[in-house]
Design a protein around this ligand. Sequence first.
Ligand SMILES: Nc1ncnc2c1ncn2[C@@H]1O[C@H](COP(=O)(O)OP(=O)(O)OP(=O)(O)O)[C@@H](O)[C@H]1O
Ligand SMILES: [Mg+2]
Length: 582
Amino acid sequence: MSLSFQNRIMLFYSSLFIGVQVLTLLAIYWVCRDSIIQQIGQNLLYAEHIFNRQLSEHGDRMAAEARILVADFGFRSAVSDSDQETVVSALENLSYRIHAQRGFYINLQGKIIADTAGRYQDQPFLYPDAMTTAEAQGQSVLFGILDGELCEWVTVPVLAPLPIGWVSFAIPVDHGLVNSFKHLSALPPDISLLEQSGDSIQILTSSLDRPSPAFFMHEFFRLPLSDFQRPRLVATADTDLLVLIRPLAAANARQQLSAVLQIDLALAMQPYALLAYAILGLSIFALAAVLAGGYLLAKNIAEPVRRLAGATQRIRDGFIDAPLPIMHDDELGRLAETFNFASRMAAEMSDLKAQDLLRRELVATVSHDLRTPLTSLHGYLETMQMHAGPAPDAERERYLAIAIRQSEKVGRLAQELFELAKLECQATPLQIENFNLMELVQDVVQKYQMAASKRGVVLQAKLDSQLPLISADIALIERVLTNLIDNALKHTPAGGLVRIDCLLSAQRVRVVIKDSGVGIAPEFLPKLFTRESLLSRPAGANGGGLGLQIVAKIVALHGGGIQVQSTLGQGAKFSFDLAVAT
Ligand SMILES: Nc1ncnc2c1ncn2[C@@H]1O[C@H](COP(=O)(O)OP(=O)(O)OP(=O)(O)O)[C@@H](O)[C@H]1O
Ligand SMILES: [Mg+2]
């Protein structure tokens, strides 16, 4: 399948644009996606920072509450007096206030002396490291498990003024805490707190709807945790996640506790969807605009080329067309100009060729038409010479009459040839003037009246006095009338009628010359006005055979055509139109 020039331009232009557009969109997508991911990662880091702050502030607040308790004189006295009941009651009081799950009093040897559950007395304290830290820093806030639940362990020394024991509270870090954090955050990230031991993971709490230990194990914890110190993109089967993992300060060094912050990228990118739709909309609009522009551009380029190709084709087919319009003042305009010049040259060349052919034909016709009467003339003159002696007068006179007739014929023929040549070469321009056709017809009829009556033929003109003036070359129209009336009289036997009518129709006057003569055989009618007419040169005929050609040429020069109707034996009717004067 071959595409048109216009379609090829369109195709090239639109594929170029679509290619550039797609590349631009891809570039925008990757650049934006990258910077958006970076931005979300930054926000994730910030959220993690807030979460840590929230935890440590919470721990500090709890430690302050515990310090108030251990600074209380009554509590210290109860401790010194081993008044267990009072100690437990004070621990319970504070536990209730700070939402602790349990409170402990531990002696310097790390043994639990009293606890709010009343179950752990005389047992060693679970997290001795907490006491070491609290001794060094005045308090310790660490994470540890109590009854399978993650707790923030707040431990402070009981000073008198040297440490005489420790008070420790376990405050649960529950689902409510991580959930409230999630809903306070702008992103919002999901938080899961996990305990990892060997190959298994225990989810301590999570803001996810359905947290799965296997998922964490498979997606995150197969990589070293250090990889998640900065937000890391993890592609899961369902979605892309941005993940950050932080270890939690564990009260027991053997325990591995982590906080996993994760955000669904599709969710985080939702605010940018509007921007994406706007870009897409703009791209579609630009594409439509470019396609429309491309169509117009291709049409603009292809149209002159197509016209040029059409004109070239027509010239090749032999039609010399009207010139191409010059619609652009540019290369295309110059191309059309050059083409017009070339086609003008071609037309002139073909005119010259036609004229040349015409001239050759004319010369051939002239030589042929002149040879016949000249040969005849020559023959009779020779005969007269041979009989130069005493030839009878009557015979000499007959020869002389024939010779004179032939020489007249040569003269008339030469005159007609000259006229035809002049008309065909358009040597003299038409002398158009307004005149009264009736008067002209009357004059010509008058001229032939004598000849007509000699032949016994009635010659009449039907004239309408209302006929308007006509606009034509009066001398040439007289020639037309003369030729047609002459023919009609020549071919109408005695007793016949030759009639001339002038009729007004629309803005033209129709002239009809009708006779009741011998008529013309139908096979001769089509070529009657051409050089090929056989009728124009019948052997030994009187006529030179150029009269009708001259008539046709003159009528054509006046912008009309000559028509003939005839039936053999029933006469002939010649008619032509002339323009009414304006
Ligand atoms: N009215 C007519 N009736 C019958 N035949 C006609 C009539 N007019 C023309 N012809 C035929 O057409 C031929 C061509 O006419 P045309 O006027 O061209 O030449 P011509 O009359 O023979 O010679 P010329 O007019 O040059 O003296 C005539 O010879 C004649 O045979
Ligand atoms: Mg004639």
